[in-house]
Design a protein around this ligand. Structure first.
Ligand SMILES: Cc1ncc(COP(=O)(O)O)c(C=O)c1O
Length: 385
């Protein structure tokens, strides 16, 4: 008999059940208020649902073009130029994806080869590192500086070498709610000048930014835009995380490689939702009002918990608020989060799960994309602690 290798050799041996699944399960088991996973507990706009219905009934139910419905690509090009001043060609530089997750995976797969180094900033959203690993790349971690989770560009500069293939940024940032400034972008521009480094700019919360801050898309910086994949998600923008529709924008030479992978990963994204979103985007207020909408929720939640023993800085963007509990307990953040859900009935996410070394800063992440009554119930519990 020939020797056969083991049938299953995990390519991701360290990946288990994520904390999001664990917390949501615990929240359900204990009938707790779930501020852990990042999704709204209210419905998306009826008008958007009616548009999907309209296109389904009209027979738009077959494959869309591989790169996405042209009407949607065109209006994304228009929105990007209006907001960030850069022109992208909808034919060759914009692709509709099955959410941002697929776009990120596709861009990494299209670019990363064995031993390529990819810099990511921690705490980091959880889908970057596995995608790098599955492509045999090497993740290089850079820690954001507490308490405001800023980037130490000198440290980044030290980590860059001839193997550095990619830097992944995320602004506004999940889980911290921090946003990158124009100065950050200029530093990134300086550091990458004269290198072949590719950037993935995860901008899924581009419209959820507060206190008159301006979203610093890499599209505003031509020298960055020419080396960048910009990724966004309609799940976040239109309160429809379950639809999994997002997009990627990149210069033609990068997008050509992206589409080679996209074509065989999903081929195309569901048609009626793309057409509905394209029509819905014509009304600019549908996305321009989002910052105000979520700022009110942030302010409401933060005002409700201002009398609690938790301490915090207002989130600058995203629909997440970090709360520090160091003056309440010495427990590890994961233990404390589990106790909060089991004993008190509020689910959150411990920030240590966003670090590969599980760094515990005694901070929990709460999602405030919730109805007022949900936020009130959660805050009442948190204030009793
Ligand atoms: C920073 C960040 N990037 C990407 C995603 C994934 O977006 P999508 O649901 O469109 O795949 C999320 C979702 O939570 C996120 O927070």
């Amino acid at each position: 008999m020939p020797q056969f290798p083991n049938a299953i050799h995990s390519k991701l041996p360290l990946v288990g059940t994520t904390i999001f699944t664990v917390m949501s399960r615990l929240a359900a088991e204990h009938n707790a208020i779930n501020l852990s996973q990042g999704f709204p507990d209210f419905n998306c706009d009826k008008a958007l649902i009616e548009l999907v219905n309209k296109y389904m009934k009209a027979g738009s139910n077959q494959y869309s073009p591989m790169a996405g419905a042209i009407a949607l690509r065109e209006i994304i090009a228009e929105k990007t130029e209006n907001l960030y001043g850069t022109q992208y060609n909808p034919d060759s530089e914009i692709t509709i994806t099955s959410g941002a997750t697929q776009a990120i995976y596709t861009a990494i797969t299209a670019m990363i080869e064995e031993d390529d180094e990819v810099l990511i900033f921690e705490p980091a959203y959880d889908c970057y590192q596995p995608a790098i690993e599955l492509n045999y790349g090497k993740t290089i971690y850079v820690q954001l500086k507490v308490p405001h989770y800023t980037i130490d560009w000198k440290e980044v500069k030290k980590l860059i070498n001839h193997r550095t293939k990619m830097i992944i940024i995320n602004t506004p940032h999940n889980p911290t709610g921090a946003v990158m400034t124009a100065d950050d972008m200029r530093e990134l521009e300086k550091i990458t000048a004269g290198t072949g480094i590719i950037i993935i700019s995860d901008e899924v919360y581009e419209h959820i930014i507060f206190d008159n801050r301006q979203h610093q898309s890499v599209a505003r910086f031509p020298k960055l835009a020419e080396r960048s994949f910009i990724i966004s998600s309609f799940g976040k923008t239109f309160h429809a995380t379950g639809w999994k529709v997002g997009y990627c924008i990149a210069p033609q030479n990068l997008m050509a490689e992206f589409r080679k992978v996209h074509q065989f990963l999903v081929f195309a994204v569901n048609t009626p939702m793309q057409l509905a979103i394209a029509e819905y985007l014509k009304e600019k207020e549908n996305y321009l009002s989002l910052g105000n909408f979520y700022q009110k929720k942030r302010d409401y939640f933060n005002q409700l918990i201002s009398q609690s023993k938790f301490t915090f800085d207002n989130s600058a963007g995203t629909y997440f608020q970090l709360l520090r509990y160091g003056s309440i307990s010495n427990e590890k953040d994961s233990d404390y989060a589990i106790r909060l859900v089991k004993e008190l009935g509020v689910a959150s996410v411990p920030v240590s799960v966003f670090y590969h070394k599980a760094i515990d800063e005694k901070v929990l992440r709460f999602c405030f994309a919730k109805k007022e009554e949900t936020l009130e119930k959660a805050a009442a519990i948190l204030c009793k602690i």
